[in-house]
Structure formats: C-alpha cells, structure tokens
Ligand binder design. Structure first.
Ligand SMILES: Cc1cc2nc3c(=O)[nH]c(=O)nc-3n(C[C@H](O)[C@H](O)[C@H](O)COP(=O)(O)OP(=O)(O)OC[C@H]3O[C@@H](n4cnc5c(N)ncnc54)[C@H](O)[C@@H]3O)c2cc1C
Length: 454
C-alpha cells in the first residue's frame, strides 16, 4: 500500500530499494538543463522537494536552430536562454553551474569537476549526447559539429573567413579551395547545413562580394550510407537529395571520409581542398553510463526500465539522448527533442507521485508528433508515419513548430519577426567574424574587378 510522503521510506515502481528517508523534504538533483532536464524541472516546480539543476553551461540551447547561427541567419542569443531564467519562477528549484564527472551511487552523491560532491535522494541524468567521431577525436578541431554555440560560431567564422580569403585571392586553386565547404553526414543536421550554406553563398555572395561569384562556390554533402535522411521514408530522402542538387549541392552517397587534414578532406583516394568542414555524422551518448559503472549500448546509452529509472537503482532516472529507452515497436527511441521533453515531463510526474506517496508509475509511452528536417528556404520534409509532407507546406509547418518550441515568448516574437524579414529580403543578419582571418603574407591585394562578375 502506498505510504504518505515524508512518513516513511519511499520506493519507486521499478524496485523496492528506499528512495529517500522519512521526515524531510527529498532532494532531487537533475544533471543537465537541456530539453529533457528542463522539462523535468518545470514539472517539479512548487512540489514538496528541493530541486537542483547542475549544468556546465549557464544556458539552455535550442539545438535545432544551431545551423542558423552557423550560417549567419540568427545570433547566438536568439536561440539560448539562461537556465536560471527558465526556472526562476519556481522557488524550490536552484541552479548550479558546474560539470559533473561521476556519481557515487553508494553515498548518493554527484561528483563535480572540482572534487566537490552534491548529495541527492533522487537523481535525474539528462546529460544529452555529443558527436561521434568514430575513434578520430583529432578531427573535432578541423571539422566541428553543431552541438554548442562555440562550435556554431567557429563554423560561421570559418565560412565567412573563407569568403574573405577568396575575395582577395587571384590564385584559382586558392579561391576554389576557400569557396568549397564539405559537410560530413547526410542526416538532418548535414542536410540542413548543406541547404543553408548553399543559400548563404547564392544570396550573400551575389549581393555583398565583388570578386567572387556564386557559381564558384561548392558545397559537398558526404554520406557513408546509401541515402540521405536514413531515418525518413525513402520518398522523402529522394526529395531532399533532388532539392539539394537543384540548389547546387553535390550530394555524395555511399562515400566514406577516410582522413581530415587542415584544408582538405580525403574520400577514398581523392583529396578535396576546402575552406570549411562541418561534422554531422552520428552521435554518442554522454559518458554517464561510465559514471554508473555500466557498459551502455553501442553508442554509450544507459539502458532504462519502462519507468525510465535504472535497474537496481530506482532512485536514479535517466532520459533524453543519454537513455536507451524502448518504444512500443521494441526499437530504441530516437535522439529527438520531443522524446527528451516527454520523458522529462513523465519523470517529473513520477517524482511528484513519489512525494505524494503514490509509488507505482505507469510505464513511459512516447507520443510521436512527427519527425522533420528542413532542407532550404522553402523546402522541408515532415514524416508523421502514414502521413507525409514535403516542400513549402512542410517548410511552413517546420517554421511554426520551431518558433513555437523556442522556450520563451519574448524570443518567439523576436525570432519570428527576424525570420519573416529575412525570408522576404533574403538577408543574413549575423554575419560577424569574431577573429581576424589569416591571409597569405606579402601578396598584392587586388582591387574589385568587374571582370569576375558574371
Ligand atoms: C544540430 C542539431 C539539430 C537538431 N534538430 C532537432 C530537430 O529539429 N528536432 C528534434 O526533435 N531534435 C533535434 N535535435 C536533437 C535534440 O536537440 C536532442 O535530442 C535533445 O537536445 C536531447 O535532449 P537532452 O535533454 O537529452 O540533451 P540536451 O538538450 O543536449 O541537454 C544536455 C544538457 O546537459 C548538459 N551537460 C552535459 N554533460 C554535462 C556534465 N557532465 N555536467 C553538467 N552538465 C552537463 C549540457 O550542457 C546540456 O545543457 C537536434 C540536435 C542537434 C545537435
């Protein structure tokens, strides 16, 4: 029989070990203030528990729009919001800016980078994922992925600096290399980036540069598998490929990158000189499985029970990209924001029930709201299972969903206005180079020449 909260030891549905000791407010620690962690925290606002969010960044990041920062359409602040601001209205929730490095499950404490310890009664692991360089971590600097604002700014810096380099060079090989961008990985991130870089070149070069021409620009999208957007139905993959080709992207499928060096990428025997490389080929979970002494699956995800906690540790929940949770079809749930958010809301409801003495949670059920990828200015794909959408209607739906999902109202309005303005004018608003690019020394700087304009 369920016990009233705070009078005895509480148990969760996945096991019978005590979750917290009677007579005091439980302490809930959430590692990670991303999609899943924040959804969970939001559901715990005002309950009879002290909640602490630990994150190594002070902001929540809307990763689906990172590619727009990388391609100078949005500014970093448009897609990030301080975690403290997101949860500030809940007096029982506090935030700690710190990096977790381990978990002492016996003592029930999170270990931090600076060797301090944070005790918990209930722990929620929501540490997300990172790009998988498949054993080539040395590629990360040369081919940043799109996971953080720093990486997005690094990509923007490299793209814009390459255009500057091409503008002042008379060497055809140097120009060709500087105007070549290689995107590795044909999933949603790679497809979005390829479309956005191509559009950046087409509209911005034509208007703002004098010595380079948009036709000199090359965008290569390299995918090791046989088709783009492998998680989508074939029909939508083909649409994406055809659309990208129509805007000048060179799509290379069944092509594997074997080496990345400064200024070039090797595919098979071919070395392609380039100005910028972007990585979007596969993800791996955060190292949280190792903190628990678990092996994790192929990409390091922590297996969880249907109640999203960990076998033999009912007090530890895990969700989002770092959890291996099974869907109703017996397949692992995908690494998507909607999965992480729904899981965060579910775990919050389980914890709320625990604090009220209800201890038998129903298993988590994922409600699929559709999978989407944007390909270009008027093109996207939407997969709702039996119902599919592509082209302009899918793009409008994508835009509405993404603006709606932007965390706070103020930003939704701001970003919608900016988007609408840029949609109509084709302007790129955030074309900022943070650091001065390196140019070849001692060369004569050519003046603008009408000869290169076509
Ligand atoms: C470029 C890109 C585009 C995407 N587009 C879409 C899309 O269009 N639609 C969609 O549904 N999904 C999309 N996704 C996937 C979606 O963003 C993720 O599935 C989602 O963010 C997972 O949520 P999460 O809470 O598990 O992790 P995250 O949202 O990544 O949050 C993890 C948090 O944990 C923190 N953290 C990690 N390790 C530590 C540590 N050791 N100590 C302290 N804090 C830590 C991080 O700082 C971060 O704040 C995209 C992802 C990327 C990268």
């Amino acid at each position: 029989m369920a016990q009233p909260a705070g009078t005895t030891e509480e148990t969760s549905g996945a096991g019978s070990a005590p979750v917290w000791t009677a007579g005091r407010r439980p302490r809930v620690v959430i590692i990670g203030g991303g999609f899943g962690g924040l959804a969970c925290a939001d559901g715990l606002g005002g309950i009879e528990a002290d909640v602490l969010i630990i994150d190594r960044r002070n902001h929540n990041l809307f990763q689906p729009l990172l590619y727009q920062v990388a391609t100078a359409a949005l500014s970093p602040a448009d897609i990030a919001e301080p975690i403290r601001k997101s949860v500030g209205r809940h007096r029982n929730i506090s935030v700690l800016l710190a990096e977790a490095t381990g978990i002492d499950t016996a003592a029930k404490a999170v270990l931090l980078e600076d060797a301090s310890r944070v005790p918990y009664d209930i722990l929620v692991i929501a540490t997300g994922s990172d790009y998988n360089y498949f054993g080539h971590d040395e590629w990360r600097q040369l081919a940043p992925g799109l996971k953080t604002l720093r990486e997005a700014r690094m990509i923007r810096q490299r793209l814009l600096s390459s255009f500057e380099r091409a503008e002042r060079s008379d060497d055809p090989l140097e120009r060709r290399a500087a105007l070549t961008t290689i995107i590795i990985g044909g999933g949603p991130t790679g497809v979005e980036m390829a479309g956005a870089v191509s559009e950046l070149g087409r509209y911005m070069i034509r208007r703002d540069f004098r010595r380079i021409h948009q036709d000199e620009m090359r965008v290569l999208l390299v995918e090791a598998g046989p088709r783009l957007l492998a998680a989508f139905p074939e029909e939508l993959s083909h649409y994406a490929e055809d659309y990208l080709r129509s805007i000048g992207v060179e799509v290379l499928v069944s092509e594997r990158v074997v080496a990345i060096e400064p200024g070039s990428v090797q595919m098979g025997d071919a070395h392609v000189a380039c100005g910028a490389v972007v990585w979007g080929a596969g993800i791996k979970a955060s190292p949280a499985a190792a903190w628990l002494g678990l092996g994790g699956d192929r990409i390091g995800r922590i297996p969880v029970t249907p109640a999203l906690n960990i076998e033999n540790h009912p007090e530890i929940f895990c969700l989002g990209d770092t959890a291996l949770a099974m869907g109703e079809d017996g397949q692992p749930l995908p690494a998507l924001a909607q999965v992480a958010k729904q899981q965060g809301q579910y775990v919050a409801s389980v914890i709320r029930d625990l604090t009220r003495g209800r201890a038998q949670p129903r298993p988590f059920r994922f409600h699929n709201r559709g999978n989407t990828a944007v390909i270009g200015r008027n093109a996207a794909v939407f997969d709702f299972g039996r119902f599919r959408l592509k082209g302009r209607p899918a793009w409008f739906l994508w835009a509405i969903v993404h603006v709606y999902l932007l965390i706070n109202f103020e930003k939704r309005v701001l970003v919608s206005i900016q988007w609408m303005f840029r949609y109509l004018t084709r302007q790129r608003g955030a074309r900022i180079i943070d650091e001065k690019p390196e140019f070849s020394e001692g060369e004569e700087v050519p003046l603008a020449s009408a000869a290169v304009r076509r």
